[in-house]
Design a protein around this ligand. Structure first.
Ligand code: PBG
Length: 333
């Protein structure tokens, strides 16, 4: 059969492009917004003085000693980012990570310093042990090399109380220890800390995307891996089990981590739980963008913005991200 060269008239009723004709109309119909207030910036604080050390696998992210940290606080304030989460690099590591529950520990000193320096900051502390233990695991290790869950809970209670005493605004336990939220909530409440909220790293996967972070805090496990406590990346239903337990134990906010390879999980937790939901755009996700942008292969701001937007679209209310400081000036205030 021959196709004759003729065109016909047609009348399109629906033309979705009408709503894309100018930035005015696009912004009127935009469904998802990314604001500075959605972002939480991780900060690495190190023992010692005069430390301002860029992390090789995380360009633009530094370890700071307390005498150097003010410049980062100023940069964040200029960018309009006032929510931060602290990670510590202690002077010395030991078998139980005792720096974590020492009132003179690095995090405790950092919290006091930042609060005295600029009270506009909302200071969240990561509550875990892996940066502070000589073996790099997230708690007390038994003779056979496995994690002693319940002994770890007791130290977690001590750590939570010490962070709260130092003035932390919110605590974020990241160890995937069974019962961690209940143990911390009970300890805080018994000590009069009813008002201190807990953001649980409720759904945390054993991810290869944490590599650069482990360089940053020198926390790679000496032996084994974290698969006995962090979740299997193949599991989705299990995320609800973890979230449900943390809600029952008193978590105030939930988190999914990592973010980008887990947008389905963010969406699922959003639809099934009412609590505010955060996600962690982790170090490896940051490093991939930085590496490609450094070669001119992608536009850094464009790619970072699109990724962060995808996390909000999936259902996250808040995003912990190393991009916070640098992307904020490009966002709505
Ligand atoms: C544990 C913790 C980790 C991260 C945040 N808290 C590392 C881990 O579980 O090995 C990773 C964050 C990132 O990769 O950016 N304290």
């Amino acid at each position: 059969m021959q196709f004759e060269d003729t065109v016909t008239d047609f009348n399109l009723i629906r033309r979705p492009r009408r709503l894309r004709g100018s930035e005015h109309i696009r912004s009127m119909v935009r469904e998802t917004h990314l604001h500075r207030d959605d972002l939480i910036m991780p900060i690495f604080v190190a023992h010692g003085t005069n430390i301002h050390r860029e992390i090789p696998s995380m360009p633009g992210i530094y370890q700071f000693s307390l005498d150097q940290i003010d410049r980062e606080l100023e940069a964040l304030a200029d960018a309009g980012v006032f929510r931060i989460i602290l990670f510590g690099i202690p002077a010395e590591k030991d078998a139980v990570g005792s720096d974590t529950f020492d009132d003179q520990g690095i995090i405790q000193q950092a919290v006091r310093h930042i609060r005295a320096q600029d009270d506009r900051f909302y200071v969240i502390t990561d509550v875990c042990f892996c940066e502070y233990t000589s073996h790099g695991h997230c708690g007390v290790v038994c003779a056979d090399g496995t994690l002693d869950n319940d002994a770890t809970l007791k130290n977690l209670q001590k750590q939570a109380l010490s962070h709260a005493r130092a003035g932390a605004d919110m605590l974020a336990p990241s160890g995937m220890i069974d019962g961690m939220i209940g143990a911390m909530r009970t300890a805080l409440d018994d000590a009069g800390g009813h008002e201190v909220p807990i953001m649980s790293y409720a759904v945390k996967y054993a991810s290869a995307f944490y590599g650069p972070f482990r360089d940053a805090v020198e926390s790679s496990p000496d032996f084994g891996d974290r698969k006995r406590y962090q979740m299997d990346p193949a599991n989705a239903r299990e995320a609800r089990v973890e979230a449900r337990l943390d809600v029952a134990e008193g978590a105030d906010m939930l988190m999914v981590k990592p973010a980008l390879s887990y947008l389905d999980i963010i969406g699922d937790i959003r639809r099934n739980f009412e609590l505010p939901l955060a996600c962690y755009n982790v170090s490896g996700e940051y490093a991939l963008v930085k590496a490609a942008a450094a070669r001119g292969w992608v536009d850094e701001v464009g790619v970072a913005h699109e990724k962060l937007l995808s996390m909000k679209r999936a259902g996250a209310d808040l995003i912990l991200t190393y991009f916070a400081r640098d992307i904020a000036p490009h966002l709505d205030s």
